[in-house]
Design a protein around this ligand. Sequence first.
Ligand code: NAD
Length: 258
Amino acid sequence: MQELEGKIALVTGAASGIGRAIAQAYAKAGARVVIADLAADKAEEAAIAIGGNTIGIAMDVTDEAQVEDGFARTLRELGPVDILVSNAGVQIVAPLVDFRFDDWKRMLAIHLDGAFLTARAAMRQMKDAGRGGSILLMGSAHSHVASRLKAPYVTAKHGLLGLARTIAKEGAPDGIRANVMCPGFVRTPLVEKQIPEQAKTLGISEDAVVRDVMLRDTVDGEFTTLEDIADTAIFLAGFRSNALTGQSIVVTHGWYMH
Ligand code: NAD
């Protein structure tokens, strides 16, 4: 039997990058997977590319009605979710003194409102189904450390630790676990976009951004890979008891150690 055979998993922001790699790994491990992302066509394309029992749906995680509709559709078409990966995210970099209030609010809405709305919907289905579940929130090394130019990102990623710990306490009686995955830099579109932006803001070369800013504090100067995070997501989703709940798992080549 495969590791996630018969499980139903919903992954947000899964049309691209890390979410897509996790969706693919879950499908390979036997799960039926819902790819939830902003645009239906991109989500459906990703679902077709991944194959198996995978569907793609449109869901803006900041919109309560879209989140509720997406979970209702999942229930109708596949059944109640066993695994949620709240992964959708964006990055906006600027010095705090120049940060636009609209951008600050948008960042907190995607990362925090999105995690709350999807976790709430998942917990309701998990409680009703009575078979427990695993909620994974996509944190970051920035759930533990700060970097310049990333005020709302660092704030939101720290906030996810509090949300996961609360879900862990409230979910425990129903066998619902919650953990935060904290990757270091992974070369996805989100990071590729930042390299020239940071080079411009900091007045240094793109190579210097990678070497001296992004990977400076790792033990080996290496990027974290999509496979590293997918493996972690499989491990956490498949873990069988409340022994591992309310934790953050840091996967950063030693950038942050705790
Ligand atoms: P990505 O840009 O490749 O993918 C992000 C996806 O989220 C996109 O498909 C986008 O359409 C979707 N999305 C954005 N806003 C959304 C919304 N409101 N509703 C639904 N979907 C939305 O980025 P990625 O690097 O794969 O990032 C995924 C997550 O991993 C983010 O939470 C990010 O903060 C986190 N993370 C990334 C890195 C990294 O180095 N790439 C490191 C640590 C944490």
